[in-house]
Design a protein around this ligand. Sequence first.
Ligand code: SF4
Ligand code: MG
Length: 324
Amino acid sequence: AHDIARTFDVSAPWLNRVIERQPRLLLHAVDGVSFTIPRGQTLALVGESGCGKSTVARVLVGLYKPSRGHVHFAGKDVHETFASPPGRALRQHIQMIFQDPYASLNPRWKVEGIVGEPLVEHGLVTEKGALRDRVGELLQSVGLSPHDMVKYPHQFSGGQRQRISIARALATAPEFLVCDEPTSALDVSVQAQVLNIMKDLQRERGLTYLFISHNLAVVRHVSDQVGVMYLGRLVEVADKRTLFATPRHPYTRMLLDAIPQMHATGRARTPVQGEVPNPLSPPTGCAFHPRCPHANARCSAERPKLQTFEGIQVACHAVEERRI
Ligand code: SF4
Ligand code: MG
């Protein structure tokens, strides 16, 4: 409804059976995930590992194609556009930051080549001196020195390497960044520095983030909206304040209860119960029912739809029936 040209819009139903082949041949299916991120804001996707968060990220940046449904950026279908030559222009505006700054940087390249590559690839800078100037500016924007461009990735700490990844992602002046667990591989003390850089860059450049994390403390720090995923589906979407103050879905409550002092209900800390089931054979009905304290017969038979209750989207029969 609002300024569609400046939103990142994912329409449901989509991602029906997007299959991600991971090194151990684990398959992830993602289904019926739908959200819109207003420009300049951050939507965090949160959930335990194996819930399909990374699959969503890879579909958004065009690494995987959904078998059904659409991803729109600024009103254009991402996958149709990426496949055509003009798609390069769109691709410049959507970049990804990966979890592992050790694996995502080519160890044989100097930083100059790593950060400058997208500029060359997109034909944005052709002259060598101008390329160096631009790489130097990008390094400065993430708190590194232009002199760092002559070094190799192994000469940097984990936090510095993730700054290099961010500088590289920013090279094409994107509007939208998909960040898949960007600080999870870093020491806690370094995480906050990297998150603060990302927040500063967002403010300065009006960047829109999809921020994927399993860590609710990190999510609370960076997000405007939060989407909670369970086994490839969104189970709750709300603005951050509401989600942390009054979580509705039993799974969201379980995640929050596992963290000390996370919300103000006065409930004692309870560790997360049970494990995420095998995504290849998800439970019937509500996939969360084997772990849910509010499950009843309907829950194991019928899959709840994501519906809006008082401005929050929740997929839960007990919420719909006002049982909880
Ligand atoms: Fe629990 Fe039923 Fe709600 Fe699923 S639908 S979260 S099992 S109450
Ligand atoms: Mg992941």
